[in-house]
Design a protein around this ligand. Structure first.
Ligand SMILES: [Zn+2]
Length: 510
């Protein structure tokens, strides 16, 4: 029988958090859903990061097939390293929203990551994180944006600024702020569910990811910095999440939807942050241009100055801004004559090592030394270093549990840091996300992989779905990835990339 599908995405939801919350009685609705339906671990992508995992969810492809490996794409151009923020146009495989729309299904997608800029669907799309600014066109159809503000006055589409502000904020304030944003999304979802009979409806909650990054010791009883009074404070967030999810589920149930809740990855305590480029810099493997500091400052200045430039400066200067915004910091400051290795990171436990020398002895020595890195207690920091297909001489570094790689541009700080609660990201991702299906689904097994979920949705809709045969599938070529941006290239797109990058940096995602 064909069934309508309601999907509730809870970014970063982890049994490591939900189980203690359920046991303490804060999440009765979720507990009920778990008892009544099928639940288990949903395995994330490798790297288990928001843009990568949600792209698998939307395309049915594992990470190595869709090749969206972070918030940014990295490529070499004319011997220089460049990076560019990924947008929805980078998702080059046919995604479920397109297929559903092509089959005449009505879809509503609210705040799902990597759906900016909005694309045409048979229904409504409100883009998700990261959106460059509230002024951007972030809805499809564009005219829905006005209606959205009528439904939810003061709707906040982006997370910008919270990352910097909350260092001074109390736990209650952080919980209240993020709860308010979550409440807006739930209100919009319930309004739209009541408005018309959708076929597939998805609402996504991003705030759960942010709260776990910043307040991890509050929710993890095994964390040395855990205090029971903080658990009670942070439980208020989960209790509100439970109530709002329950209201959305009730709306869905009363309208005959099959309901699924899922997350894109799980969470764990971040024990160490490895600034691997600092380490390479100190070893003399990564050499910066003499004017590196000035380059970074002027790049940021030019990006931040964009609106003024748009208004006052000449076309010539404008194109210099475009170059600065897309040719991001690390690429600008490397001394390519002297550098033999550098790393691209997305603040997760996976990083990518670029070797700029063909000397295999030098390469092997660097790799061996990376593999041998330990924390002050002598525990290994790196799990594996493996070769990567595609152009260039690259390796994938997978760090040990609880170890994140961060820091793009080398700075004067130590290469190994222990994050400080309430100042830095103290929670980090792992691969074990969650999935809860109601009893109208028939999952073949548990755990599932996140790229298997769209097949469940499509089978409810009785639409054939074979992601590997879909048109326009990416081949894994970095050059092709770059091509996707070129076709999207306009001065506005460059400006937005700069804004998004600043936002991600402010939140600690880069
Ligand atoms: Zn996260």
């Amino acid at each position: 029988m064909m069934r309508k599908v309601l999907v509730i995405g809870i970014d970063g939801a982890s049994w490591d958090v939900l189980n203690p919350m359920i046991q303490s009685g804060c999440m009765p609705r979720l507990q009920h859903a778990v008892q009544k339906g099928f639940s288990g671990t949903l395995l994330s992508t490798e790297p288990p990061i928001t843009p990568t995992a949600w792209t698998s969810f939307q395309t049915g492809l594992p990470a190595h097939e869709h090749n969206v490996l972070g918030f940014r794409s990295f490529f070499m151009e004319n011997g220089r390293f460049r990076s560019s923020i990924l947008f929805s146009s980078s998702m080059r495989s046919r995604h479920i929203w397109r297929i559903l729309s092509d089959h005449g299904r009505r879809v509503c997608i609210l705040n799902l990551p990597l759906t900016y800029p909005p694309f045409p669907v048979n229904g409504i799309l409100v883009s998700g994180f990261p959106v460059p600014s509230g002024d951007a066109e972030y809805t499809f159809p564009p005219e829905f944006k006005k209606e959205l503000y009528d439904i939810v006055p003061g709707f906040k589409v982006m997370q910008s600024g919270i990352g910097a502000d909350q260092k001074e904020m109390q736990i209650e304030e952080i919980v209240d702020r993020w709860s308010a944003m979550m409440f807006q999304k739930a209100r919009l979802a319930i309004h739209l569910l009541r408005r018309e009979p959708w076929d597939v409806f998805m609402v996504h909650i991003q705030e759960s990811d942010l709260i776990q990054h910043y307040l991890w010791p509050c929710m993890d009883p095994s964390d040395p910095a855990h205090r029971i009074e903080d658990f009670v404070r942070v439980a208020a967030f989960y209790s509100r999440l439970d109530r709002l999810a329950g209201e959305i589920i009730d709306e869905g149930n009363s309208r005959g939807f099959s309901v699924m809740l899922l997350s894109d990855h799980g969470f764990q305590r971040c024990r160490h942050i490895v600034k691997i480029n600092n380490w390479l810099h100190r070893k003399g493997c990564l050499v910066l241009r003499k004017d590196a500091k000035r380059m970074v400052v002027s790049t940021i200045k030019r990006i931040m100055d964009l609106p003024a430039l748009h208004k006052w400066k000449s076309t010539m200067k404008h194109s210099a801004v475009k170059a600065a915004a897309t040719n991001q910091y690390l690429g600008s400051v490397i001394d390519y004559e002297k550098t033999v290795a550098f790393v691209e990171t997305n603040a997760t436990h996976v990083a990518f090592l670029h070797l700029l020398t063909a000397d295999s002895l030098v390469c092997n020595r660097i790799i061996d030394e990376i593999k041998a890195l330990t924390d002050p207690g002598g525990a290994g920091l790196v799990r594996t270093v493996s070769e990567l297909e595609g152009p260039g001489n690259r390796r994938k570094i997978v760090f040990a549990d609880g170890v994140a790689a961060a820091g793009i541009v080398p700075d004067g700080k130590p290469w190994l840091e222990t994050p400080i609660p309430f100042k830095q990201h103290v929670g980090m991702h792992h691969r074990s996300g969650v999935i809860i299906l109601d009893d109208t689904f028939e999952p073949s097994r548990m755990p599932l992989e996140i790229f298997e979920v769209p097949a469940l949705i499509m089978s409810r809709q009785r639409i054939p779905f074979d992601p590997l045969k879909s048109d326009g599938r990416m081949t894994g070529s970095l050059e092709k990835t770059k091509g996707a941006f070129a076709s999207f290239g306009s001065s506005d797109a460059d400006k937005e990339r700069g804004e998004v990058e600043e936002q991600l940096r402010g939140l600690g995602y880069l």
